[in-house]
Every structure is written in structure tokens, then in C-alpha cells.
Design a protein around this ligand. Structure first.
Ligand code: CTP
Length: 400
């Protein structure tokens, strides 16, 4: 969402300025162009040299630099969004009252783009009536405020006043200003992660799926405006956008039931979960003791969710499956596509260095119903998700 976007980052004097270094890094990694303006006192907390290196742009601070005037008006017009993080109590008070004694404030006052303020201060300052009033005032001017978090403060006290974490700021900016409307009004169902099939109260049959690929697809669909429902097996990380609806499940049977109930509304369904193919016939009510030298588990096939959705899907619905293969990859993937009545199948091979469970990268080939193959380079799962979703949109447009 941030690729090619222009972000003007204003840093004012607060110990939380160290987090702005990470913020610049995250914005740049996400593909944004970043220019940094520092208030004079911000330089006491972080070095302009670090910020210039990370942002790949000169850091601006003075209204005039020797004989050159810093064009604050054009800075405000250049930016798609101005983020002021950290926003100190002092800069907040000046913003609320229209003061303009440094370049950051001049750029703020002349900015024609939206402004996001991310305060950071000690709890007593944060709770002071003048701060409460100033925050309300700048919100009244149309600025967005990402409120402070609770935690350990620079003073050593514990309370409200910490600046929001850099990844939360990035997510806020993406969601608020750059969510596209390409899939607006569409409902998407995505599965992710492993399933756990209980053997007894403490043991299960599972797999190494981290859920990263499915979550990245859910986020990519959401970024393009879709309403997304993620049915997710046991994973460590959930989507970063809070408006993605998450149904957490454990077993293949639970995932099947959740998918069937949500599929009714879905225009797009992407089955990225590594669903267990077999589940124990009997689940021991008590922990199985190691009384015998060997034991046998009787397993029965789970319901195939992708196949079931393929059987009931209607003309409007677009169904995408995954295929994880170790041999005869292309043939097996195409066979799965037609047997399960999917519209696309995403093949990832465990033989590929970049692909596989738990990794942050993947390398996929996607097949359509006409056996066309779309091969992609190895890349981050976030970018793979974008490729998959772009192809879904292309195919949906062709269907029209
Ligand atoms: N899948 C499913 N329900 C299952 C098993 C798999 O919905 N019970 C889905 C997966 O989410 C994936 C696709 O089917 O989208 C293919 O999964 P994969 O593990 O590659 O193949 P299987 O159909 O399980 O067949 P096999 O293990 O024999 O290759």
C-alpha cells in the first residue's frame, strides 16, 4: 500500500525519537519515499545523520540554511501524508495555537496533505488539562491522532505516555489513507495455518505451517478493499489489520465447518491452510500412558474443504487452492485444480529453497483452468500474496 507514497516525517524533541529511526526504516522497506524534518530539540535525541542515511534524503531542520531558504510550502505539497512522531508536549501546544518558530511547524501549517500526530510524553503531562485541550484542538483541525500507549516511561514511572510502536503507525497510515477500493463490496474467505488433530488431551498430529502465506493473502485482499474473513488454525501471529475478521479453529473438522458457513457470502475464497489429511478415529479422554512398547493410531480421512467448496460454488464465486508437491509438481497441481473444481491453483514446491513452511519467502507457479502457467520469482510472502491477488483480479475481470 505504501509503494511510491510520499511520507513527510516530522520528529520533535522526545526520548521516543529513537523509535522514529525504526519508523523510517519500516516506511522505506514498505516502498515509501520518506523525507524527515526535525525540530531543533529533536537533534538532542537522535542524529540527523542516521535518519538521512535510512531515509536516503537530506534531513531538514532549519528554516534557512546559510543562504538557502527551506521551502516548507513545497514540502507540505510534496507529501501524501505528514506524520509527526514523536509529537512532544511543546510542539503539540504550538500546533494547537498556530505558532511557527521552526521548519517542522512551518511545514505543518502549510501542509495540504493529511497529518497524523503521534504524541509521546510523561503521564502527568499527557493528563494535564492543557494537553487534553490541545489534543482535542488539533483533532478539531482535522488531524488524526494515534493516542499514547501504556507502559514504562522515560521517567521510570509506569503509565500512559509511550509513543505508539512504529509498525502500528505504519498500519494506521496504510489503512486510513491508502486502502484501495478495487475489491470494495467483495467478500473474501481465506484459510491459513495448520490444523491440529487431537490424539489425547495433550497431544496432537499437526504440521509446520506458520500461516504466514494465508495471512499475507488476507492482508493483500483487505488492502484492496475486500471484506475479509480469515479462518485460521493455530498460529503465532494474526493479521495486522484489526478489521480482518478472524475465526480461530484447531481441527480440520472445525475449519471445514467455519469455511462452509462463511463461503455462502464469499465472492473469493483462497484455501491456503495446510489442513491435516487424516485425524485419529478415537481421541483418548485421558493422557495416553507409555505402558506399551508400541501403540497404533487408527486414522481416518478428514473432509477436503477445497473440494467441498468446489462442489457447491456458484458462477459468482472464485475459488483458489494451493498445492504442495514434492514430485510431478505441475501435473499434480493441475490434477488438483480440476478434481477440486478450483479456478486457480498455487503450486509451491518443497524442493525450492525459498519456499516452504515457516519461511518469509515463497516461490510459486499458478495454474488456471486453461492450464496456463504463471511463474513468479522467489520473493517475500507479502509480495507473493500481491501476485496471487493481482491474478485473481485479472481473472475476475476476464470473467465479466
Ligand atoms: N485442502 C483442504 N482440505 C483438506 C486437505 C487439503 O481444503 N482436508 C486444501 C488445501 O488447503 C490446499 C489444497 O487442498 O488448498 C491442496 O492441499 P495439498 O495438501 O497440497 O493436497 P491434498 O489434497 O491434501 O492431497 P495430497 O496430500 O495427497 O497431495
Amino acid at each position: 500500500m505504501l509503494r511510491g507514497r510520499k511520507i513527510l516525517l516530522g520528529i520533535s524533541g522526545s526520548i521516543a525519537a529513537y523509535k522514529s529511526v525504526f519508523l523510517v526504516r519500516l516506511l522505506v522497506i514498505a516502498g515509501a519515499e520518506v523525507k524527515v524534518i526535525m525540530s531543533p530539540s529533536a537533534k538532542d535525541f537522535v542524529s540527523p545523520f542516521t535518519l538521512a542515511t535510512l531515509s536516503k534524503n537530506k534531513v531538514l531542520s532549519a528554516l534557512a540554511d546559510e543562504d538557502t531558504w527551506a521551502n516548507h510550502v513545497m514540502l507540505g505539497r510534496w507529501a501524501d501524508v505528514m506524520v509527526i512522531a514523536p509529537l512532544s508536549c511543546n510542539t503539540l501546544a504550538k500546533m494547537a495555537n498556530g505558532l511557527c518558530d521552526n521548519l517542522l511547524l512551518a511545514a505543518y501549517l502549510s501542509a495540504t496533505c493529511p497529518v497524523v500526530a503521534v504524541p509521546a510524553m510523561d503521564e502527568d503531562m499527557w493528563l494535564h488539562s492543557s494537553t487534553v485541550k490541545n489534543i482535542k484542538t488539533i483533532e478539531g483541525f482535522g488531524n488524526s491522532v494515534i493516542s499514547v500507549r501504556k507502559g514504562e516511561l522515560a521517567s521510570g514511572l509506569y503509565g500512559e505516555g509511550r509513543m505508539a510502536e512504529p509498525h502500528d503507525i505504519v498500519t494506521f497510515v496504510e489503512e486510513r489513507f491508502f486502502r484501495s477500493e478495487v475489491l470494495k463490496g467483495k467478500h473474501a474467505l481465506v484459510t491459513a495455518g495448520p490444523t491440529y488433530e487431537a490424539i489425547d488431551p495433550v497431544r496432537f498430529i499437526g504440521n509446520h505451517s506458520s500461516g504466514k502465506m494465508g495471512i499475507a493473502i488476507a492482508e493483500a485482499l483487505y488492502s484492496l478493499g475486500a471484506n475479509v474473513r480469515l479462518v485460521c488454525g493455530p498460529v503465532n501471529k494474526l493479521p495486522r489489520f484489526k478489521d480482518i475478521g478472524v475465526t480461530s479453529v484447531t481441527s480440520a473438522e472445525e475449519m471445514y465447518n467455519a469455511c462452509l458457513s462463511h463461503f455462502v457470502d464469499a465472492d473469493i475464497a483462497v484455501m491456503a491452510a495446510a489442513v491435516a489429511d487424516y485425524t485419529p478415529v478415537h481421541v483418548s479422554p485421558g493422557k495416553i500412558k507409555k505402558n506399551n512398547d508400541s501403540i497404533q493410531l487408527e486414522l481416518t480421512k478428514t473432509k477436503d474443504i477445497l473440494r467441498s467448496l468446489g462442489e457447491i460454488k456458484n458462477e459468482r464465486q472464485f475459488l483458489v487452492g494451493f498445492a504442495l508437491e514434492t514430485e510431478n509438481e505441475n501435473e499434480n497441481a493441475i490434477k488438483k485444480l480440476s478434481e477440486k473444481n478450483a479456478d486457480l491453483i498455487v503450486l509451491n514446491s518443497l524442493k525450492d529453497e525459498a519456499a516452504g513452511f515457516g519461511k518469509d519467502t515463497n516461490k510459486v507457479t499458478i495454474f488456471d483452468r486453461d492450464r496456463n502457467a504463471y511463474s513468479f520469482e522467489a520473493k517475500s510472502k507479502t509480495l507473493v500474496a500481491t501476485d496471487i491477488v493481482d491474478l485473481i483480479i485479472k481473472k475476475l475481470n476476464e470473467k465479466r
